[in-house]
Design a protein around this ligand. Structure first.
Ligand code: ADP
Ligand code: SF4
Length: 689
């Protein structure tokens, strides 16, 4: 039964000529699949429809071939040929009464056109602004171009209608959409009627929306997504100007979709941004317009959501990541199953699928983007196979996810954990600065496992191969994790490096166990994800003077993909960490490290009282190897299968571990597929000539 406190979230609301059944609004979000994996992306949206969302949007959709953002893989609506794949998506979105929305993007100063080879068009002639500093400049739109662009928007709107959508979102946020490029004095330096005053800078948006209303406005709602503050300094479209713009153009779109700053600002990870972080920027805007407002803020708590609506801050609760981590969030609130909500941890692994042009994953929801590829449903498991029970060794993210998915299939499950607490690396890492939300990976699973009669958890139970042979479980899955290496083996050193035993040396595991060195500490980061930067923070907080040396050109290099690299650098610099880039550590002596330049090899000494070695991790696979060595005894012991998963198999980010745990559970007792591909894929239709 629904808690009446949340009734307000289920009140229908009109957006122009269409009405949303509730206030749960899945704002556009990328998924790394886009035009390359249309059926996978469509099925993912279909799952959100099943989960109860009132509004479901596509990711950004390039609306004309003169503006595209290769290498990133989004959607395309360049010609009629693109309509069927988008119709497939809209039909899935509408299958349970949600409104289907398409986000039309003309990327202007943000689109390098690497694929179409067209000359980019933007309000002013400036270099293209992308993550990759492409050596391409845009030509300024002349009056004829603006007329053409208006017509292209109308064409795209008509095609969107044909493709079955109810809503169009015009993208003008995150620095990515032409509407923002016209509105901002930084990217609009025109001296004609489209530049200068705010009224002039608003002209393009007004013209396009008027054209669209004429074309499709009788049946489709038109929304405008703008940034609450461009956050690029004085010339940027500031929060004060955004308010002036909205007040001046009160009824312009049918709904204001308010995002924040750059994408990095808007989708900041939990390490740097709390839930509802944009509240201050959005508060009061409602009074400036009579149109509804949607805003985001990694909302996972229905109390916070209800408060946003009750206080008149927002009309719709915009969610991207919370809808990825739990596509069934609205239904769970509706059914009074708050404790079942799988909360987003704000790690931004989902974003990496887009940034690496692969396909997205989610740490909390391993079924994300596997709904069609593997037929995985986030709430329903496949039926149990022929065997009855499973012993899971290790309670990290791999072991916990395996246990949770296995018991839902109907297996009797036992989990053995060597330590006195559950959660493996997640329990340990969530105690590091900024990572507390990551504990949700373990908390969610621990709570649910504790409610099940078919799962037993044994703490302080370090198992040996002998123990396992004696227990006689039919299936054994080894999820014993990995240990940070002490010998420096990673990318710079593929064999152990020279280390003087006189230098106190610590690994991330030592620090997580509570031994944190002080004095002059060198952090050698050849891992390149978050750990080196996080430990530098921990060390400074503990009083150390820290020098972080990394062979990469960026501190915590891979976090460029999680949209937090610049924030990490700023945080560490502000804390006084000496950041040394493009240098490795050739050798560790008793009282200093010898650092070598990655380009010239020239060396420089850094004195140190201690070194923290953030290299690679070694799989804890001895137990698995021990059992494998006794394979001939398995049948007598009643064992049918022994598998190894997660970090024990091959160390990776936490999302890799939950995926491995889930996959193990799905595939247990499954048919042998031989050499077949373990997922479905789509290939481009071959042209006839
Ligand atoms: P993953 O990320 O693959 O889930 P973790 O390192 O997070 O791996 O978790 C592995 C867990 O397995 C740790 O909590 C560790 O204490 C536990 N573990 C390791 N070896 C054994 C063992 N022999 N018996 C029981 N638990 C073990
Ligand atoms: Fe949230 Fe991380 Fe999942 Fe993204 S990958 S939805 S940030 S839990």
């Amino acid at each position: 039964m629904r808690d009446p406190r949340y009734d307000i979230l289920f009140e229908p609301m009109a957006i122009g000529p269409v009405t949303a059944k509730n206030r749960f609004y899945q704002v556009p979000h990328c998924n790394g699949g886009g035009y390359r994996d249309p059926s996978a992306a469509a099925a993912m949206r279909g799952i959100k429809a099943e989960g109860g969302w009132g509004v479901i949007f596509t990711e950004q959709c390039e609306m004309h071939h003169t503006s595209e953002i290769t290498p990133f893989i989004e959607l395309r609506l360049w010609e009629d040929k693109d309509i069927p794949q988008l119709r497939k998506m809209s039909e899935k979105m509408k299958s349970r009464g949600a409104l289907a929305g398409i986000q039309l993007a003309y990327s202007g100063i943000n689109g390098p056109n690497l694929y179409t080879k067209e000359v980019p068009l933007a309000p002013s002639a400036l270099p293209i602004r992308t993550f990759t500093n492409d050596p391409v400049q845009a030509r300024a739109l002349d009056k004829t171009d603006i007329k053409d662009l208006r017509r292209w928007f109308v064409n795209a709107a008509k095609r969107s209608k044909d493709a079955g959508f109810d809503l169009i979102c015009l993208y003008g946020a995150h620095g990515f959409g032409i509407f923002q490029h016209f509105l901002s004095r930084a990217t609009n330096q025109r001296s004609d009627e489209y530049g200068g005053s705010l009224e002039n800078r608003s002209r393009f948006a007004n013209e396009v929306i008027a054209d669209m209303r004429d074309a499709v406005g009788d049946t489709m709602g038109i929304t405008l997504r703008v940034s609450l503050d461009e956050t690029i300094g004085e010339l940027g479209f500031s929060n004060a100007e955004v308010r002036d713009f909205i007040e001046m153009n009160k009824g312009l779109p049918d709904l204001w979709d308010l995002a924040q700053g750059t994408w990095e600002d808007c989708s900041g990870p939990s390490r740097f941004k709390e839930e509802a972080a944009q509240e201050q920027l959005v508060r009061g805007i409602h009074e400036l317009t009579d149109k509804p407002i949607v805003g985001v803020g990694r909302f996972t708590s229905p109390d916070v959501m209800a408060k946003m609506v009750k206080t008149g801050t927002l009309d719709f609760i915009g969610c991207a990541r919370p809808s990825i981590a739990d596509p069934f969030l609205p239904n769970k609130v509706d059914e009074g199953r708050i404790e079942d909500i799988r909360e987003c941890i704000g790690c931004n692994i989902c974003v990496t699928g887009d940034m690496t042009m692969s396909i997205s994953r989610c740490t909390q929801n391993p079924t994300f983007m596997e709904e069609w590829r593997k037929g995985w449903h986030p709430e329903n498991m496949n039926a149990k196979g022929t065997s009855e029970n499973v012993l899971v060794v290790g309670s990290g993210p791999a072991g916990l996810e395996a246990a949770w998915a296995l018991c839902r299939r109907g297996y009797q499950v036992a989990v053995a954990e060597a330590r006195s607490e559950i959660g493996g690396r997640v329990a340990r890492e969530s105690k590091l600065p900024g990572l507390s939300a990551w504990g949700r990976v373990a908390d969610y699973r621990q709570y649910h496992l504790s409610q099940r009669p078919d799962v037993d958890i044994y703490l302080e139970s370090e198992l040996s191969a002998d123990d396992i042979m004696e227990f006689g479980f039919e299936n054994v899955v080894i999820a014993t994790g990995a240990t940070w290496r002490r010998d420096g083996v990673s990318r710079q050193h593929v064999v152990p490096m020279k280390i003087d035993a006189g230098m106190p040396l610590y690994t991330p595991d030592d620090l997580m166990d509570g031994t944190v060195p002080t004095g002059n500490v060198v952090v050698y980061d050849d891992d390149h994800y978050y750990m080196g930067g996080v430990l530098a923070e921990l060390l400074v907080k503990n009083g150390a003077k820290v020098t972080l040396i990394t062979p990469a050109a960026y501190v915590s290099d891979w976090t460029n993909n999680t949209l937090e690299q610049a924030t990490i650098h700023a945080r560490l610099a502000d804390m006084g960490v000496d950041i040394v880039l493009n240098r490795g550590v050739a050798e560790i002596a008793a009282d200093h490290v010898v650092s070598d330049c990655v380009y010239t090899g020239r060396t420089q000494d850094f004195t140190a009282d201690a070194v923290v070695m953030v290299a690679s991790r070694q799989e804890n696979n001895e137990l698995f190897d021990g059992l494998k060595a006794r394979e001939s005894e398995w049948a007598d012991a009643g064992i049918k299968s022994v598998k190894i998963i997660g970090d024990a198999n091959a160390p990776g980010p936490i999302a890799w571990a939950t995926y491995a745990g889930h996959r193990y559970a799905r595939e247990l007792d499954g048919d042998d597929i031989g050499d077949d591909l373990p997922f479905r894929r789509e290939i481009t239709e071959l042209a006839i000539d």
